[in-house]
Design a binder for this molecule. Structure first.
Ligand code: PEP
Length: 249
């Protein structure tokens, strides 16, 4: 089984207007890479981003999708609608969605299944809060979220797992390399136990990844890339992170 390429994914969250697409030009200028590069801009920018990239080697994704294909869900977007405008990926179960919109594991699993049905690769996020880490629950929380948020039918080709400790997102704090290695090993073991191709799923680390810590994080076993928030907004920051991932091969 060929493992998919390593993945550097940027989550722009609710940041950016059309002017921000200039950052894509700067990323494209850096040329081809061995790893895959993905930008998940706000929904308003997905179609213009796809047009701007014009097949130039950066994938585009959504930050969320509804579990239904269509219907009376004001303000929501379906996975099919994302695919229709050229998205290849969608993030589901980001901690900000779990918190702001009370999404539980069942809801996240339904969204991931909808993504698969529409031909999108789902990036399923899991991660413990600081209180859960402090009370020694991290591995239990991660196991529970993984089991509940990844649907049957997931494969190494249509699903990516992102480990994002809630307390590390946007805070400038990161777990130690041993802590990341421990969680990623647990994720790998759980995937291998459940899926025939569990060894091939890409496991991303997310939470305050920046140019200065990327190489150290990418050297950790079972880290196949990163989901990057703040440092993905500017090509001057995201470019070096992509280069660091390329450098580990
Ligand atoms: C994220 O929200 O997915 C994230 C990892 O954010 P940041 O890189 O800003 O911590």
């Amino acid at each position: 089984m060929n493992k998919p390429r390593k993945l550097a994914a940027g989550n722009w969250k609710m940041n950016g207007t059309l002017a921000a697409l200039a950052e894509l030009d700067a990323l494209l200028e850096e040329g081809d890479r061995d790893c895959e590069v993905l930008i998940c801009p706000p929904a308003t920018l997905i179609h213009p981003a796809v047009a701007r990239i014009a097949g130039g080697g950066i994938a585009v994704g959504g930050q969320d999708c509804h579990a239904a294909e269509s219907g009376a869900h004001t303000g929501d977007l379906s996975a099919a609608q994302l695919a229709d405008v050229g998205a290849d990926y969608v993030i589901v179960g980001h901690s900000e969605r779990r918190t702001d919109h009370a999404e539980d594991d069942g809801a996240v699993s339904a969204k991931a299944a909808a993504a698969h049905k529409a031909g999108l690769t789902a990036i399923v996020c899991v991660g413990e809060t600081e209180a859960q880490r402090d009370s020694g629950e991290t591995l239990d929380v991660i196991a529970r979220q993984l089991a509940g948020s990844v649907p049957e039918g997931a494969t190494a080709g249509n699903t990516v797992i992102a480990y994002e400790p809630v307390w590390a997102i946007g805070t400038g704090r990161t777990p130690t390399t041993d802590q990341i290695a421990e969680v990623h090993a647990a994720l790998r073991n759980a995937l291998v136990a459940r899926f025939a191709d569990g060894a091939g799923f890409r496991l991303l680390y997310g939470g305050s990844v920046k140019p200065s810590n990327a190489a150290e994080i990418f050297a950790i076993a079972n880290v196949d890339g990163a989901l990057v928030g703040g440092a993905s907004l500017k090509a001057a920051d995201f470019g070096p992170i992509v280069a660091a991932l390329d450098a580990v091969g």
